[in-house]
Design a protein around this ligand. Sequence first.
Ligand code: TXA
Ligand code: MG
Length: 301
Amino acid sequence: MVAFPTETVYGLGASVFDPRAVARVFEVKARPSFDPLIAHVADAEAVSRVATTADPRVARLGARFWPGPLTLVLPRLPSVPDLVTAGLETVGVRVPDHPAARALIREAGTPLAAPSANPFGYVSPTTAAHVAEQLGEGVDLILDGGPCRVGLESTILGLTVEPPCLLRPGAVSREDLESALGQTIELAGPTDRPTAPGQLLRHYATRTPLTILTGHAGAPPFGAGRVGLLAFAHAPKGASYAAVEVLAPDGQGTTAAANLFAALRRLDALGLDILLAEPCPETGIGRAIMDRLRRCAAPRP
Ligand code: TXA
Ligand code: MG
């Protein structure tokens, strides 16, 4: 079991075909077994080691987006253990765009089943230090590839349903997929039902309660205690927040995405009473950022 960098977030990898190693991944993350893992392969040809690739859209999307932050949900091969797919007849698979990830997969000689390397439900790790802080004791080895370039988990597209279904927004946008496919795709809504894996309403969550503002931040609310602010492009002038993180001084969504999880972790570490987050424009990767913030802000059980 090895934690490794990808262009999206750090993963916690085990051989897809070694159920004991995969079981340890679930254990270390305290992840419920109904939540299936993504198989990571070194190149598009290797997708056929875990899934059926007869659908011509696999080759088309692979040529356009792999290596990169796109996961396809495809019919699985019988050789993939149930633990990886949570008993589903489908498997999620992607080719990560990170030299260390691909070298690791090649050297291991096997596809790697890898969830994000964080305790279940918490914010995903975008540095090796994030992994070490939370899972360090339980992980055999952490490969340090520096901060993740994208910073948000991969886009997940279900190709075993018609029309194809966007299960998780990410850096590859719905528009990118629709133009590559020449067809419209459907959006899956978040749910709290475990029959819809990976779509949990509350996920990617800080311990400190978080609320999304309706516009730019002004002064912190009176009597709210120590308030942390996640600002989008600049800090509000003269406002007395206990801490402020600015996600994108350049105003770019891609910059905000790359900084989001590290900023949430820094704010969460301060033990504040509440966190407020400015909304970001919901275009391109901004939709994926808002998706993660909404799940973080979802009501606590
Ligand atoms: O960017 C990423 O995808 C990162 C890096 C490490 O590659 N991995 C990642 O894995 O985010 P994880 O396990 O945190 O999230 C994968 C999501 C899960 O929530 C799971 O439910 C969904 O993908 N998923 C996996 N296989 C699926 C399937 N067969 N059908 C539907 N959803 C699936
Ligand atoms: Mg995860």
